[in-house]
Write a protein that binds this ligand. Sequence first.
Ligand code: G3I
Length: 354
Amino acid sequence: MVVITTAIMLINSCGGTGKNNAANEADTLKGLKDFYKDYFPIGVAVAPNSLEGAQAELIKEHFNSLTPENTMKPGPIHPEENRYFWDDADKIVDFAQANGMKVRGHTLCWHSQTGAWMFKDSQGNQVTKEIALARLKEHITQVVTRYKGKVYAWDVLNEAIVDDEDTAKIYRETPWYKICGEEYIADIYQWAHEADPNAVLFYNDYNTEDPVKRDKIYYMLKKLLDAGVPVNAVGLQGHWNITNPTEQNLRDAIDKFSSLGLKVQITELDVSIYTSRSDTVNMGFTPEREKKQIDLYKMAFKMFREKKDVITGVTFWNVYDGRSWLNRGNRKAYPLLFDENLKPKKAYWEVVKF
Ligand code: G3I
């Protein structure tokens, strides 16, 4: 009886739709990272509490790289001059190590989420360039050394280029830039490299597909490379929406940065249903918006696969639609590949269909 049943199952699984069903069942056992194993690691930004319960299981199934969403930023990890807070970042690194995942460090130098103490003396006055640079060197050396051999890549500098149509304005007027001028940029790559010569050192930014901003980033990177600064790669954050970027602009950005000999990663991917940051009304995940989101994800992943020689990683910014930095109260952005119940969306099935 058992033999007969098995034989019937075999006959079914060998013909027509039976074969497709068998293949589909096998696919549901594979995670995103497995579909992309011959291409690049698939990462996700996490908080320590993402690493528990159902989210932890989903992360283990689908991702093989983690980025701490906030816990390695200067403010959280170095809240006071002589105090580092390692616990939350350590939890993420330990989870990654226990599960054979890579870790991208984010970020060593940024104008946001950085303790105000870095720029002030004990009287509350702005510090000199020498003191600011000494503090930044100490910060980078401590953080990179602690995770040496565990964090394979660092976003050394985050968002230092200004969003301005004026092509003459290159750098954002951050406290670092105002106090130190542009030389701090070469220094921070050098310090990170000295602390871990094997780490892949990134410049990371958003709106990298916008031709004006892209060219400013290119200008800065070329200048650094010409001066022998150890910058190795560019992070296109990928905070996109259902109408942006165009295929052409995305292709041009990847080609332009990689023409410098730099590797490229998509470091913070999400595709919002909102086309403007100022949209505040909850618009809903209508079939039309869902279709546009699917089209954008399909276009982007097809290009990433085509360019796998230069694309060395794709990281999503958060795990599932229920918890995204883009959700504001009632306004939900539905930007990821897993829905509010942690289930793969239609866009997921399109991204793994190739
Ligand atoms: O941890 C505090 C908590 O103690 C406090 O009670 C609470 C009250 O608001 O705030 C918590 O901090 C928040 C933190 O996220 C952790 O949840 C901050 O207010 C909030 O501003 C912060 O937002 C983060 C944002 O960066 C800050 O600029 C987002 O989670 C994070 O996703 C986002 O990530 C950035 C990348 O680093 C760089 N690229 C853009 C990207 C999206 O903005």
